[in-house]
Design a protein around this ligand. Structure first.
Ligand code: EPZ
Length: 434
């Protein structure tokens, strides 16, 4: 099991590059199911969830080719034949985003068997809204032996109104709608940039979509889609994580290959906290923080609000800010797994349901801590970068799910991080993931 050894105290200085967005790549890879032709995706991050999705697609009969050398961030997917449209539990249990194949499989093959994802470290993670939408479009859905089976000769366009805003629910049903008979009107949709990225790919494949990125999406179904080439958006959460890293270490960091327009809420909050943020170009942001950090409250909301995927990282920063920061987590019911680990490093955080009260500044001391999920891991890395001494972070495979070569990137701007253990060893202990 891999560990990180991190010695705190170094300000991060220099330029750090952002990879493609895992949460864009996953639905875009699933979209390849919708056509018999090749789909080529560029700027794919080399992270474990992408490898999991490649295994999932290959297990269903897809040809999935990974680029290498100068093309190492490219994947070519061809679903000419889908011999086994089943998302098996062994794969789904390690990545609940596997449910993203549900809509495209039913739309393309008329049937899908997908292991129910089950909960994960941050919450129950139900997919009832995905199921309700497919049933409204005419699919017959049964659940038994931990699997969900969906069948439909051809999905019909429908008027879908989401009870709750769901990112992958919006993506799953958007992919179902593009091949459905007639028009689908989707309301109360997620507005995340990852939805827009997926829609851009689908339109390049011949889909007819209006309104992606807004709460109302209108789709005219078409009989078939063709192949396409598409470049995945930069990862806004990785970029946000690096901005916090520059601020918490009192550094001077340029975050490159990012999209500042996707980071409005995060940039505003960092400026409120006392960091200096300059947009240097359409894909570069500079963060500096040499003065004291100020406490500021956050309340996680759907995009364009403050992202839940940045809550843990922001909390690490709040431990260093002067004053009391109130952190409200409104999206997931259990997304404070990082709190007790931060407290073990010396943070002053009190939990009350979905609200954490952070009092700072607290002097953090290095400790042996345990990663529990993807973004909690990022929070512990940020805390270790300013803790006094050498911290040991265990179960960093959680981090490897969504951050590409994170230790090399951070070492490149002055961090002292060393990975221990064989990153290629099997990870039987992998638990159900976010
Ligand atoms: C996506 O998860 C992201 N994952 C998550 O990122 C992110 O935290 C989340 O959106 C919120 O922004 C991917 O895109 C692969 P939701 P998703 O459906 O789609 C409830 C990371 O760290 N809900 O928007 O699964 C749900 O329980 C990961 O990169 C239902 O009740 O999240 C939650 O409370 C973690 N029924 C809320 O909606 C449903 O059918 C939002 O969940 C679906 C969701």
């Amino acid at each position: 099991m891999d560990k990180f050894v991190i010695r705190g105290g170094n300000p991060l200085v220099g330029t750090i590059r952002v990879s493609g967005a895992k949460n864009s790549a996953l639905p875009c890879m699933a979209a390849a199911i919708l056509t018999e032709e090749e789909v080529i995706l560029e700027n794919i991050p080399q992270v474990r969830d992408i490898a999991t999705e490649q295994r999932l697609l290959a297990s269903m009969g897809a040809e999935v080719e990974l680029g290498y050398g100068s093309a190492e961030h490219r994947t070519t997917i061809c679903c000419r034949t889908l011999s086994d449209p089943v998302a098996k539990y062994e794969i789904v249990k390690t990545m609940r985003a596997s449910s993203l194949v549900l809509g495209p499989l039913v739309a393309r093959a008329g049937m899908a068997r997908v292991a129910m994802p089950g909960g994960c470290a941050i919450g129950g993670r139900p997919i009832d809204l995905h199921i309700a939408g497919l049933e409204k479009m005419g699919a017959t859905i049964t659940q038994e032996h931990g699997y969900l089976e969906a069948r439909a000769d051809r999905l019909r366009g429908a008027h879908l109104v989401f009870d709750k805003i769901t990112v992958t629910g919006t993506e799953d049903l958007l992919m179902a709608a593009v091949l459905a008979e007639g028009e689908t009107l989707m309301e109360n949709c997620a507005r995340e940039p990852e939805v827009t990225d997926l829609a851009t790919l689908l339109i390049a494949m011949g889909a007819r979509i209006e309104g992606a990125g807004t709460a109302t999406i209108r789709v005219q179904g078409v009989p078939r889609l063709h192949g396409a080439r598409h470049r995945i958006n930069p990862d806004r959460i990785e970029a946000g994580t690096f901005l916090v890293a520059g601020a918490i270490t009192r550094g001077d960091l340029i975050v490159a290959d990012c999209n500042p327009s996707h980071l409005g809420a995060v940039i505003t909050k960092l400026q409120e906290s006392g960091a200096r943020i300059d947009i240097l170009s359409p894909d570069e942001i500079r963060v500096q923080a040499d003065g004291p950090l100020r406490a500021a409250d956050i309340s996680t909301e759907e995009y364009p609000g403050f992202p839940t995927d940045m809550q843990a990282q922001y909390m690490a920063l709040a431990t260093q800010a002067e004053g009391v920061s109130v952190v409200k987590e409104n999206i997931f019911e259990n997304r404070f797994m990082h709190v007790q680990e931060l407290v073990r490093m010396g943070a002053n955080i009190k939990l009350d349901g979905r609200t954490a009260t952070v009092r700072g500044p607290a002097k953090l001391s290095a400790a042996a801590v345990m990663c529990s999920d993807l973004r909690a891991s990022a929070s512990l890395v940020l805390a270790a970068l300013v803790a006094d001494g050498e911290s040991i972070l265990d179960r960093v495979y959680h981090m490897d799910r969504g951050y590409e070569h994170i230790e090399e990137k951070l070492c490149g701007v002055g961090a002292q991080i060393q990975r221990l253990g064989n990153i290629f060893a099997p990870k039987e202990e992998e638990v159900v993931a976010g």
